[in-house]
Each structure stands twice: as C-alpha cells, then as structure tokens.
Design a protein around this ligand. Structure first.
Ligand code: S3P
Length: 470
C-alpha cells in the first residue's frame, strides 16, 4: 500500500510484485522528436512520447519559437498544463515553419527542471540570428553550462551566463552561418555532443565532435532518420591522443531536416526501477512492454544481468538486423524480470557514462547483492538534478545500507536488510523513485519526502507502484 501527498509518499513493503507495465515514452527521444519536428518544415507526428514535466517543458519552448505543438486527443485543461494526467505516454502533432521560419520569442525560454532542454536548445539557438534567454527552476540554475558555452563560442555564437558564465540563465546571441569545428567534448555527455551537432547543422562545413567515451546516440540516429548523414567512427587505441573507447561523430553543415512520424519506445531509464524492484524482491515477476534497448542505453540491463538478475529480453521491434544503416531507428524489447540472487559488481567510468541515470537505482541493487560493489569515476552524478552521490548515499544509508562515497567513487556492501524510515528525495525524480522502490523490499514503512518530482520523467510512477505491489 502506498499513500501519496505533495509532502510525502508512504510505501509499505510488498508481499509480492506481479503484473505488466507500460513505462513512459523515452524522455531523451521525446525531447529530440519535439525539437526536430520544430526544425523541419511541415507536419510531424510523434506517438508514445513521455508525458513528464521535462518533455512538457520542451514542448512549451518549441511553441515559443513558433511551432504549433498539439497534444493529440488531450483536453484543453491538459493542453494548458492545468491537469496532471498519470498516463505513461502522449501523442503530439507538430506543424512548424521549419528552422528558417522560427522567430525570436517574446519571453525567456523556461526549461523547467530539464538539463536536456537547456543544453540542446542552446545548440539549436546558437545558429539562429537572434537573442534568446534559456532559464529554468532552482535545480536547473545550479547545473553547469560552461561545457556548452565553450564549444558554441568556438563556433562563432555569443553566449553569456550567470556566475562567470558557469550557471543558467544562459543568454544566446545566435549567428548564421556558424563555423565548423573539430573538437573533443570537455566531458562525456550526450547533451554536450548533441548541442554541438545541432549547431553544426548551421555551420559552414563539416563539424566533428570527439568524445572519450561513447554516450547515448539518439541524436545521431534521429538525424539520420530525417535525411541528414551523420558519420560515427570508433577511435582505436592508435588515436593520436591515445584515447580508447572514443568515438568521432561528424556532420556536414547547411543541411535541413525532413519531417517524419516518430514512434517513441518505452524509457529504459524508467524500466530500470522495475528491473531492480523485481530483482531484489523475493516474490516477483514483472513484464515491461516495449522498452527501448538502444546499445548506448541498455547498460543497466547488462550490468544487472552481470550481477545475476533474471531478465529475459524478447525483441518486439526496431531496425531489421540486416538494415543498410544500423544506426537508424531504435531497437525495442519486452523485458521480463523475476526475483534474483544478486552479487556485487565493479563498475568503472565507462559504465557510469553508459548508465549515467541508473546509478542511484543500481546502488539499491548493490545494497541487496552479495559482496562489495565499487563504482569508480561517478563525479558527473554531482551535476544532475541534485548531487546524486550525496543524495543516494544519504538516503540509502538512512535505510540501513552500507554505502560510502570517497570522492567520485562509491562503495556498497550488500546484505544488510533495509529498514523503512524517512528519506528525502531532494526533489530529484530519480532519487524519489529509487527510495520508493527500496521501500517495497524494506522492513516497515518508508516515507519518501517530496515524491512528486517523479513526474519529471514518470508521472504515473506511484500509480504503477500501487498496481504491481500487493
Ligand atoms: C541525456 C543525457 C544524459 C542524461 C540525461 C539525458 C540526453 O546527460 O543524464 O538524463 O537526453 O542527452 P549527459 O549526457 O549530459 O550526462
């Protein structure tokens, strides 16, 4: 039984976990589908988009820039954002004048809590010849922007931000054309890579972005699907800079996007909560329908399997195995997960990058695993919606886990039964959901403070929790 109020969610331990779930549409893909529909002239349809607050923020910014973004089948209250439906997905119809018809907005662009909106729009706006201001809530105002200011300045745009150009609000004076560049991203970040690639579409030649560790490739796949050639090259250990696991992504400037109809798969980052919930619970069997299993996003599944999780994967869609360009489209699968005996794992910086949003819930898995799990090089977690190293260690430790942070590394020794208590989500959606899942397998009641942040990526999360737990 779960009771939910604005202040707190009270989660009682579940005797069993059973059922089928449709998780929200993938947040990363939903943002990009709306943005790319705004950049393409004509009508685009998006089905199965995530309906969390972050994707709504992107839709609102697209409207401010001049696109007509309609929620298909939604009533007027929902369109105005007054109601908060708990359905997992929403469909959109976008009609846009295209990138050259977008107009300077009359107001500052409010990205809410969404780092992806702020970083990717900065890349888009860098190539549009007017001034805009990107802003957001208190959490977004604490998130670093120097990492995008620096490359976009090198491309010829003018950008300024608060606190010595380090924090939002971010003012962008775009320029067209921009200068093509060839550069390494300052940190492995799909948001930074995507900002540069989107600016590169308005540059005067071929731009190459190099990253030391490959990050999620939705931007590349979705650009290809819209008629833009994007080349991805693995950089071997013989790379001039001696980096391994690195990739170079290049795109030619002066290209325009075509409209397409996009079907958004389920969000593997939302599915991750149920994968861990079922794996750590002694009596569970959950089926998660149509989850995106893109190779650059599925690390959480593979890490859990390497810990001994019983996860069955049945492909249900995506590109044909012999497709001429395997980098177009998103592979999709049903995932069935059952009670498992977990063992500890050692994760390094490449794993952290590949499962960047899943580290808090993986820490909960580690707290239920035999042995000591180490997670090295997790410093980027400090720059998310909250400081997730501090938030995860404080919350799980309060619940009785043996977890400690040492600089950018985490160490979790499993096998200490968790005991329900009051934990603070810090208004961070992934922490709110991690602690609620912990409560399903803890002894006694777990009270999660500020639980509504779950609606950032998963508005129906607590309804789903009530549905599968009994
Ligand atoms: C995202 C990239 C990731 C991730 C975020 C979504 C994206 O951020 O944490 O939730 O859609 O590109 P970084 O790649 O900047 O770490």
């Amino acid at each position: 039984m779960t009771t939910l109020s604005t202040e707190a969610a009270v989660v009682a331990p579940a005797e069993r976990l059973r059922g089928e779930l449709v998780v929200p549409g993938d947040k990363s893909i939903s943002h990009r589908a709306l943005m790319f529909a705004t950049l393409a002239a004509g009508e685009s349809r998006i089905s199965g988009a995530g309906d969390g607050d972050d994707v709504r923020s992107t839709a609102a910014v697209c409207r401010e820039l001049g696109a007509n973004v309609e929620r298909v089948g939604a009533d007027d209250d929902e369109i105005a954002g007054r109601a908060h439906p708990t359905s997992a997905t929403v469909d959109y119809r976008v009609v846009s004048p295209g990138v050259d018809g977008l107009a300077q907005p009359a107001v500052d662009l409010d990205c809410g809590n969404s780092g992806t909106s702020l970083r990717l729009f900065a890349g888009i706006l860098a190539g549009l010849p007017f001034r805009t201001v990107l802003d957001g809530d208190d959490s977004l105002r604490r998130r670093p922007v120097a990492r995008i200011i620096e490359p976009l300045r090198a491309m010829g745009a003018t950008l300024h931000a608060r606190s010595d150009d380090s924090l939002p609000p971010l003012t962008v004076f775009g320029r067209s054309p921009l200068r093509a560049v060839d550069r390494w991203t300052p940190v492995p970040s799909a948001q930074v890579k995507s900002a540069i690639l989107l600016a590169a579409l308005r540059a005067d030649g071929r731009t190459t972005v190099r990253e030391s560790v490959a990050t999620r490739d939705h931007t590349e796949r979705m650009l290809r699907a819209r008629g833009i050639a994007v080349r991805t090259e693995q950089l071997g250990s013989d790379d001039a800079d001696g980096r391994t696991g690195a990739v170079a992504i290049s795109v030619e400037g002066g290209r325009t996007m075509t409209t397409i109809d996009e079907r958004v798969p389920g969000d593997v980052s939302g599915a991750a909560f149920w994968l861990v919930a079922a794996a750590i619970h002694p009596d569970s069997d959950l089926l998660l329908r149509n989850v995106g299993v893109n190779p650059t996003r599925r690390a959480v599944i593979d890490i859990l399997r390497s810990m001994g999780a019983d996860i069955e994967e049945r492909p249900t869609g995506g590109p044909e195995p012999d497709a001429t360009d395997p980098g177009v489209g998103e592979p999709i699968a049903d995932l069935r997960v059952r009670s498992s005996e977990l063992r500890a794992v050692d994760l390094g910086p490449a794993d952290v990058s590949a499962a960047i949003d899943e580290i808090p819930i993986l820490c909960l898995a580690a707290a239920h695993a035999r042995g000591t799990t180490t997670i090295r090089g997790a410093g980027e977690l400090r720059h998310k919606e909250s400081d997730r190293i501090a938030g995860t260690t404080d919350g799980l430790r309060a619940l009785g886990a043996d977890i400690a942070a040492d600089g950018d590394d985490l160490r979790i020794t499993g096998g200490h039964p968790l005991v329900g208590t009051t934990v603070d989500s810090l208004d961070d959606h992934r922490l709110a959901m991690t602690f609620a899942i912990a409560g399903l397998s803890a002894n006694g009641q777990t009270t999660v403070l500020r639980p509504n942040s779950a609606s950032i990526s998963y508005p129906g999360f607590f309804a789903d929790l009530g549905r599968v737990g009994s």
